[in-house]
Write a protein that binds this ligand. Sequence first.
Ligand code: ADP
Length: 378
Amino acid sequence: MTEEKSSAFRARLIGVAGNSATMEVLDGEARSSDELVFCGSAQTRKVLSLREYNGHTMAELDSPVEAQVGEIVARSVERPEYVDQFEAKIFWMSEREMLPGRSYSLICAGQSVDATISKLKYKVEESSGKHIAANSIAQDETFIANLSLDRNIAFDPGSTRLETSRFELRSGDSKILARGEIRHSLRRASNVHWQALAVDKIARSKLKNQTPKIIWLTGLSASGKSTIANIIEKKLLAMGKHAYLLDGDNVRHGLNKDLGFTAADRVENIRRIAETSKLMLDAGLIVIASFISPFRAERRMARSLFEEGEFIEVHVDASLALCEERDPKGLYKKVRRGAITNFTGFDSPYDRPEKPEIRIDTETVSAEEAASRIIDYL
Ligand code: ADP
């Protein structure tokens, strides 16, 4: 038997109609006596016959299958792994720095999912293979990391020969940032099932007589986020609504007290805040998040955790000059004295929101008026 024939059968479903499934073969080959599994929908079907069609393999199955195009198909006796967390070796090709916590698109054998590098383990020195501790990764560096996906995918860890063990990471604008190989799955995922409780978000928010939302205020320091957020919270309370204000003070002193202001820490800061907000939303609350949140990619990541219409991005806008003039906490003075570094607007960037649900120009709109506009939008 040749090497090719002994390999596991792996294919990508490219079409399905009744009893027949058309597949793009990635590895190995199917036989007419096989029982196939459609990994995404976990359905198994016996193959009655096979034929070639336009370079693809068409299988006639013993009964109709309801599977999605893009699913990986395999023999049911040699299934790939199917989880949402794994360890991988990654070669970083982009000139953009790699930051753990940021979300990327991962493409593995045609399956496309949102992925986060949940833990950077170490860099690998190319020449010696030595492991080096690292917090971030630059262009042309190789590293080992854990990845966390937003849903399960089928893959074959540790087998560099198979297409189902290799992947690409891409940015939001589809640029290839990195290529990687899956080393092994992290089993934790298969043990932690999100409990489908009968008491759900809908039941909890009905009890509170409100629709849970997240009002995400972003803007420069002293642009007016906290001032507006506090007014919104008071107004909602007066209306009998259950709201909770998350801001730098109650987060940086507790949940995120281990984080500083480097780019990597800012990404992790926002990731934790977004996940916490999601739990609060699930509890039926209206969450007001007041953070500079300077990076577009993190705001996009935060938005992606919520359902359509739940996330309301509010750009609290004021020029840097005006913010410096207001300077309610004296932070800008400290920056000018050189006592603070990595300060947004100076030596750390602020990506202006491109399409926020609401933009408030606090140079012309009072804080009261801003809060009313936001509540009207709700
Ligand atoms: P941030 O939370 O964005 O760092 P703060 O709300 O702590 O900002 O500070 C903003 C400062 O600007 C406060 O002193 C506030 O009174 C003042 N301010 C002046 N005009 C406005 C406005 N239209 N909206 C919000 N704040 C304003």
